[in-house]
Design a protein. Sequence first.
Lengths: 223, 241
Amino acid sequence: MTYQFDFGWLIGSLPVLLKGIRITVQLILIGAVFGVALGIACAWVRTLGPKWLKPVVATYVELIRNTPFLIQLFFIFFGLPSLGIRMSELTAANLAMIVNLGAYSCEIIRAGIQATPRGQFEAGASLAMTPFQTFWHVVLVPALQRIWPALSSQIVMVMLGSAVVSQIAAEDLTFAANFIQSRNFRAFETYIVSTLIYLALAILLRQLLAGLGWMLFPRKASR
Amino acid sequence: MSLIAITEVKKRFGDNEVLKGISIDVAPGEVVAIIGKSGSGKSTLLRCINGLETIDEGSIVVAGAQFLPDEVHLKALRLKVGMIFQQFNLFPHLTAGGNVMLSQMVVKKTPKKDAEAVARKMLDRVGLAHKFDALPDELSGGQQQRVAIARALAMQPIALLCDEITSALDPELVAEVLAVVKELAAEGMTLVMVTHEMRFARDVCSRVVFMHQGRVHEIGAPEEVFANPRTPELRQFLGVQ
């Protein structure tokens, strides 16, 4: 073992690295918000929504869950322009993450909705609420509370999976790491640093989601 | 003029006919107890009155609102009759106050401030004004059921349906719920209750309906039904010779 570690490049590459972090964070924030929103909408359709929409959503969900994320990304960025739909790398990356998380979170949230006791729907109905009002005001929050840990994990997985958007030259953290190591030839150190940053981001994101759950869901005052 | 008119109602689950032509009229202010063995169709009948089950034949009219299985008619029906369930069915993510406020705001579009005032009044009526901010998890079964009653009352129904509302309670908690119901009855609220509390039925109700195999087997004032059961089925049910 005569390898000499060298982190001297770090200072010079800081701006590139920071930009990568910013883009990765931006990708996951937008992806999580819109992806979960899409997941809630799809879960509603699959459980309580209109019959004609169910096969549409089911097809979308199975299509996304049974194909690689990278291919979905390539399809959006390289495939859609053939139909005249062009977008920037970042927009394509964002869209791919939203579409991907939407499908996975749909199934997670659906499980939460299906675990709702029938009495909750009946109580809502007996108070003259429409089925959608009952879903929105009565069913949704406890359903999300039930599956919050699973949903949080899925969001973190999508964040880590976002590394592949560097393949369409979206300048995320992985893109930055690739770029830096191609200049300094310090692959080991560069990827150690980017690994640690991903680790820190993932832990931070989990904390953030736990905090959000803490705010969103009621807790007993005592105990 | 009856408040709730149930005429020749039939209800089938597949091949199984659970209601075989039920006719009952309930006058305003009446307190009707429905008794009978499990499987006799008494809970199904109650759920039909609130549109939680559809009916196959016959008609149910509550204060002029005909039961038809579309959203507009169901809403009109359910605004007139409140329902209280065996399992309370409080919304677990809302406080007691929030439970009572929700449907006022969502269905009646009552402003939050007014809904809260109503909620406080209704919780006070069931003796739980001090539990406004408690979550259902923090309440005893009896308290939860009283919140459920307050929640139904907040919609100002003209009749309340009670589906075995004390069956899931520990014995020592039954009295506090029945006391609230008794008070409502005294104030003139129309009540239709499926119950196993025979003493309560005898003391508070104006009429008792004994259901057997999907039919009204006996109906009458509690004194005659309990003191002089005419049919062997009712005698057996009441445990008298």
